[in-house]
Design a protein. Structure first.
Length: 95
């Protein structure tokens, strides 16, 4: 799904996610990412991504992402999709 189609689908479904949050789900769909990696992948500031990840992890029920300690670097976290996040993304993409 390309960006333009994703925007149309968000509007059509009246989805309560922002484009940044949807981008996080798409980028994390193949493997967990650090905030720094997300920042590079989405060309977005880390502080904005932290807030978006926090909302996806705590303000949505059930949470769409989870945050885990990064075993390779204790100063960072890994963001990955939860079961609900993977289901949401699969449904969104029409799989």
């Amino acid at each position: 799904m390309n960006f333009e189609n994703a925007v149309r689908e968000l509007v059509r479904r009246d989805c309560q996610l922002t484009l940044r949050q949807l981008g996080i789900l798409f980028v994390c769909s193949d493997k967990p990412r650090t905030i720094k990696q997300l920042s590079g992948d989405l060309n977005s500031e880390q502080s904005l991504l932290v807030r978006s990840v926090d909302r996806l992890a705590t303000a949505i029920d059930p949470p769409l992402v989870q945050r885990d300690k990064n075993p390779a670097d204790s100063r960072s976290i890994l963001v990955s999709l939860t079961y609900a996040g993977r289901n949401f993304l699969d449904e969104f993409k029409g799989v």
